[in-house]
Design a protein around this ligand. Structure first.
Ligand code: GDP
Length: 366
C-alpha cells in the first residue's frame, strides 16, 4: 500500500499522533477486515463522505473505505545525515515511504524538553530538511560521477538520466530540496527522479502540533509554518495531538461533544488522513452493489485495467471493459439501474483513464 512517513525532531508529538491514528484504526478494525497494524506502521481508513451516499443509492449493506499507511519514523536528530543517533536507520526508513508528513512542534510546554531549547517550528523544519538535503547531496554526488562518465561514452541510459541528476544536484548545491523540480516535470523525467529515490524528492505535508486551546484557530507558530509552506507550494494541517489522543479513547457520542467543546467540526486526524491521501497523488474509484460499497485507490492517471487489478489480478489480466458511472450521476440518479436508463453508464476500454469518483463494474475473461 501507499505510505506516508511521519518525521520530525524528537518530542514534537509524532508518536502521540501516530498512536492516535492507529488506535482509531484499531477501533474500526472490526468493520475493516484487512486492517493490519505492525509496530510502527498503521493502516488507516480514509474518511470519504461519498461512500455513504453511494451505499444509500446502491442499497449496500456494508461500507468499506480505502486505506493508506502511516509509518512512525523516529530517530531524527541534527547530524543524522552523518550517522548521528539512529541516522542511518532513519534515512533508510524514509527511503521506503512515498510521501513525508513532517510534524512540527507549535505548542509551548516547559515540561516537555525541546531538543534545541526553544520553540521555533520554521527553524526546526530547516534543521530536518538540511539533514535530508545533506544525505541526498552525498548520495547524488557519489552516483553522478559514474553516470557522467557513461554519458560521455554515449551510454543511452546514462544520457537520459544525467540531465535529471544534474538538475537535482544543482538544487541541492543551492540548499534547496529536490521536490522543487516536481512542478510541471515531464512524465519520463519523473520516472527517472523516482528511481533515484532521493529523500527530498518526496512530497511533504507540514503538520503543526498546537496546544488544545489553539486547535480551532492555530497560533503564531503555525501561521509562520503556513507562510513557509505556502512559499514552497506545500500544504499544512493544524492539529492538536493531545486532542486527537483524547478523542481516540472516547466513544462516538462523547467524541462529538468533546469536538464541539473544542470548536472543531471534525477530528484533526480525518483532515490529516485526507491530506496524506492527496499528498500521495491518489484518486478513489468505487464498486457498489447490494452487499457492499467499497472505495479503492489508484495512482492519478491509472487506466481501467490497473483499477481492475486493484480488486483482483485476474480482473486485470482478463480485462474486457469497465461499465463506468460518474459519482454525481450515480448519486443524483439513484443507483446503477437508473443511471443506465438515463444513458449515464459508459462502457470504457483498456485506455480509459480512471477519474476520481468513478463507480465501476468490470467485465473480464477468466
Ligand atoms: P515524538 O518524540 O515526536 O514522538 O513526541 P511524543 O509524541 O513522544 O511527545 C513528546 C512529549 O510531548 C510527550 O510527553 C507528549 O505527551 C507531549 N506532547 C505531544 N503533543 C503535545 C501537545 O499537543 N501538547 C502538549 N502540552 N504536550 C504534547
Amino acid at each position: 500500500g501507499f505510505k506516508c512517513g511521519i518525521v520530525g525532531l524528537p518530542n514534537v508529538g509524532k508518536s502521540t499522533l501516530f498512536n492516535a491514528l492507529t488506535k482509531t484504526a484499531a477501533a474500526q478494525a472490526a468493520n475493516y477486515p484487512f486492517c493490519t497494524i505492525e509496530p510502527n506502521t498503521g493502516e488507516v481508513a480514509v474518511p470519504d463522505p461519498r461512500l455513504a451516499k453511494i451505499a444509500a443509492a446502491a442499497g449496500s449493506k456494508e461500507i468499506i473505505p480505502t486505506r493508506i499507511n502511516f509509518v512512525d519514523i523516529a530517530g531524527l536528530v541534527r547530524g543524522a545525515s552523518k550517522g548521528e543517533g539512529l541516522g542511518n536507520q532513519f534515512l533508510a526508513n524514509i527511503r521506503e515511504v512515498d510521501a513525508i508528513v513532517h510534524v512540527l512542534r507549535c505548542f509551548e510546554d516547559d515540561d516537555i524538553t525541546h531538543v534545541e531549547g526553544r520553540i521555533d517550528p520554521v527553524s526546526d523544519a530547516e534543521t530536518v530538511e538540511t539533514e535530508l538535503m545533506l544525505a541526498d547531496l552525498e548520495s547524488l554526488e557519489r552516483r553522478i560521477v559514474q553516470i557522467r562518465k557513461r554519458a560521455t561514452g554515449k551510454d543511452k541510459e546514462a544520457v537520459t538520466i544525467l540531465p535529471v541528476m544534474e538538475q537535482a544536484l544543482a538544487l541541492l548545491q543551492d540548499s534547496k530540496p529536490v521536490r522543487l523540480m516536481l512542478d510541471g516535470i515531464a512524465t519520463e523525467d519523473l520516472a527517472i527522479l523516482k528511481s533515484l529515490n532521493l529523500l527530498t524528492s518526496k512530497p511533504v505535508l507540514y503538520v503543526c502540533n498546537v496546544a488544545e486551546g489553539d486547535a480551532a484557530t492555530g497560533n503564531a507558530h503555525s501561521q509562520a509554518v503556513e507562510k513557509m509552506a505556502a512559499e514552497q507550494g506545500a500544504r499544512t494541517v493544524v492539529i492538536s495531538a493531545a486532542i486527537e489522543a483524547e478523542l481516540a479513547q472516547l466513544e462516538d457520542a462523547e467524541a462529538e461533544e468533546y469536538l464541539e467543546a473544542m470548536g472543531l467540526e471534525e477530528p484533526g486526524l480525518d483532515r490529516l488522513i485526507r491530506e496524506g491521501y492527496r499528498l500521495l497523488d491518489l484518486i478513489t474509484f468505487f464498486t457498489a452493489g447490494p452487499k457492499e460499497t467499497r472505495a479503492w485507490t489508484v495512482k492519478k492517471g491509472a487506466k481501467a485495467p490497473q483499477a481492475a487489478g486493484e480488486i483482483h489480478t485476474d480482473f486485470e489480466k482478463g480485462f474486457i471493459r469497465a461499465q463506468t458511472i460518474a459519482y454525481d450521476d450515480f448519486v443524483t440518479l439513484g443507483g446503477e439501474v437508473a443511471a443506465k436508463e438515463a444513458g449515464k453508464a459508459r462502457d470504457e476500454g483498456k485506455e480509459y483513464i480512471v477519474q476520481d469518483g468513478d463507480v465501476m463494474l468490470f467485465k473480464f475473461n477468466v
